[in-house]
Design a protein around this ligand. Structure first.
Ligand code: GLA
Length: 378
């Protein structure tokens, strides 16, 4: 068993994990009520947990030297902690939703690279709540856990996110992508069968943080657009069809119109991408990935030089069928569809081009599509 800092992990009661995720397509549409198409990864956050008979949660990390103690009576007060704020927020929201908390020791073993756009924060939030469920013998309603984890991110951490990351982190299924309707939370599991191609995830390695990025600004623009378009009889922006765009153009400012155009067209791409995945049409899927990136660059304006350089370097490789940024943007990762036989050559080619252009060295992750929450009794 992993024992990275001489912590005897065998002394814990449970090992609980929640996943990082890659979003195949459907970016910046979850908070507009659209459908998204993410998949949980085997890169996950593991929490080793045991009750400690106090009203304190002692946090430690396999990868950090710090330890943090959270007083269960003061969970509101840890907003500005560098480490431990996600855990405090998640526990607070879990209690606010009517669940019991008890004191415990939690060792966090995070295998999702921080700030990578692969939802390390959702994995931490979801696994912390799930770990609390395990030691309090509470039934695990994964959707409820995802919803409270999302509240932690929005109300405690301050990123006004949608539900995609926490849902994928909690409810993912190995080998499947999730066609998730973010309005109804209906989810269709779609086997990821990419034939002779593989999904390759690359990190541009430019540090980023959604708290400081324009994420909340984009979300505010979409809310502004929904208000302005109330005359079209829509209840969320994802209901704007490509046909309605012309009327929208005359009502909205040019910048806000671009955001709406992205949302409408991205929703259509999600529909087509799910169809392409189901019918094994990798060429069609690849083209949709490229179109999504271009739209996120030019219409939604959430990519930045590094993600553009990485996606376009990937698209230039002859064995790459498509490539796009994945996640919130402004840094983080791309996902590319690449012929499996040529993956090593692809990585070399992309790394060379990307580093030459930006000076950053990209990282590639070896990861599979994994499960959401898992609980193992130790
Ligand atoms: C972040 C948010 C998600 C979603 C994506 C963009 O990952 O947490 O809710 O909005 O950005 O698709």
């Amino acid at each position: 068993m992993a024992d990275k800092k001489n912590i005897n992990l065998n002394d814990y009661a449970f090992r609980v994990t929640a996943a990082g995720r890659v979003n195949v397509i459907g970016e910046h549409v979850d908070y507009c009520g659209g459908k998204v198409f993410p998949a949980a990864l085997t890169l996950n956050n593991a929490v080793y947990v045991r009750p400690n008979g106090t009203n304190k949660v002692n946090l430690s990390w396999t990868t950090l030297d710090s330890t943090v103690t959270l007083d269960l009576d003061k969970l509101e007060s840890y907003v500005n902690l560098k480490y431990g704020n996600y855990q405090a927020g998640s526990l607070l929201k879990w209690r606010e939703s009517g669940h019991a908390l008890i004191g415990c020791d939690m060792v966090q073993d995070c295998g999702v690279p921080f700030g990578s756009g692969l939802s390390s924060s959702a994995a931490i939030e979801v696994s912390t709540i799930a770990a609390m469920c395990a030691i309090t013998n509470t039934h695990m309603d994964k959707v409820q856990i995802a919803l409270q984890a999302q509240r932690a991110e929005r109300e405690y951490v301050g990123v006004n996110c949608g539900i995609m990351d926490q849902y994928a982190s909690a409810c993912g299924k190995a080998g499947n992508a999730m066609l998730l309707d973010c309005n109804s939370l209906e989810c269709e599991y779609v086997p990821v069968d990419t034939g002779d191609c593989s999904l390759v995830i690359a990190n541009c390695c430019k540090p980023h943080s959604l708290v400081e990025s324009k994420y909340n600004e984009r979300r505010a623009e979409t809310e502004q657009a929904l208000n302005a378009l109330s005359g079209l009889g829509i209840s969320c922006l994802a209901q704007v069809t490509p046909n309605m765009l012309e009327s929208a153009q005359s009502i909205l400012t040019p910048a806000v119109f671009k955001r709406v155009k992205h949302v409408a067209e991205e929703c259509e791409r999600v529909r087509l991408a799910a169809k392409a995945m189901k019918t094994g049409d990798m060429a069609a899927l690849g083209k949709l990935l490229n179109a999504s990136h271009e739209s996120l660059q030019k219409l939604y304006e959430v990519t930045g030089n590094e993600l553009d350089a990485l996606a376009y370097a990937a698209q230039a490789h002859p064995s790459c069928l498509g490539s796009r940024m994945t996640g919130g943007g402004f840094g983080g990762c791309t996902v590319s569809l690449v012929r499996s036989d040529d993956v090593e050559d692809f990585k070399k080619f992309v790394a060379e081009r990307y580093t030459k252009q930006t000076g950053y060295i990209p990282e590639f992750y070896k990861t599979e599509i994994g499960d959401g929450i898992t609980v193992q009794k130790l």
